[in-house]
Design a protein around this ligand. Structure first.
Ligand SMILES: N[C@@H](CCC(=O)N[C@@H](CS)C(=O)NCC(=O)O)C(=O)O
Length: 212
């Protein structure tokens, strides 16, 4: 029995939930909130970050670690490319999507949603504008040169596409969307990931939670 810990509005939890859906794995979802002092989360996730996962007697945390475990343990539906060089590129995009890109794109959500609603502090719109006007454009320029105009990075949807698109779902909750006039390929990729059969139902559930 698999148990996944973490609020589904996290870009990292969403990525794992999409992988579980692609692999058609059933699981129990505990929507633990980071920053809440949740003792159960601290027990399963030593850094108190989400996601964390339990599978039988295994307890691991970190979306990259979890996705790699799921790929090895449940290989029937692959979520990483198998070609060696494609796999290395996928790993890179997962790293990029989960670090600087998530910090910037999901950072818009953090500033505009988490800061006022969870931390009860005023929104720092200067910080948001810095992300939108300075931090994101060079990253989007880079990605525009990497992603395909149609389909996904490696044929079928993979963790690489999920990792790049997921932070922009959060940005969307904070009134930001990728300008398709400037970055048409990347904006298209985000839309295709959101519309994929493994992702769209997750977003519907999130939208209900966000009252949209
Ligand atoms: N590298 C981690 C990042 C996880 C992460 O930063 N999650 C955020 C939520 S989106 C979190 O739990 N933050 C709480 C904290 O930093 O204390 C992964 O891929 O799972």
């Amino acid at each position: 029995m698999i148990t996944l810990y973490g609020a589904n509005a996290s870009p990292f939890v969403r990525k794992v939930m999409a992988v579980l859906a692609m692999k058609d794995l059933s699981y129990e979802h505990i929507p633990s909130m980071p920053f809440s002092g949740d003792k159960e989360l601290a027990r399963v996730s030593p850094l108190q970050k989400v996601p964390a996962l339990i599978d039988g007697d295994l307890n691991i945390a970190d979306s990259k670690v979890i996705c790699r475990y799921l790929e090895s343990a449940y290989p029937d539906v692959p979520v990483y490319p198998t070609d060696l060089k494609d796999r290395a590129r996928a790993d890179w995009f997962e790293e990029y999507g989960g670090t600087v890109l998530a910090e910037a794109a999901a950072g818009i959500f953090f500033h505009r949603f988490m800061v006022p609603n969870v931390f009860k502090r005023p929104v720092d719109e200067d910080a948001v504008n810095k992300i939108i006007d300075e931090k994101l454009p060079p990253m989007l320029d880079y990605l525009e040169g990497q992603v395909p105009a149609e389909g996904f990075l490696f044929g079928d949807l993979s963790v690489a596409d999920l990792a790049l698109a997921s932070p922009f779902v959060n940005a969307g909750y904070a009134q930001y969307s990728v300008d398709a006039g400037k970055w048409p390929k990347f904006a298209g990729l985000v839309d295709r990931v959101k519309a994929h059969g493994a992702v769209a139902p997750l977003l519907e559930a999130e939208a209900a939670a966000f009252g949209r």
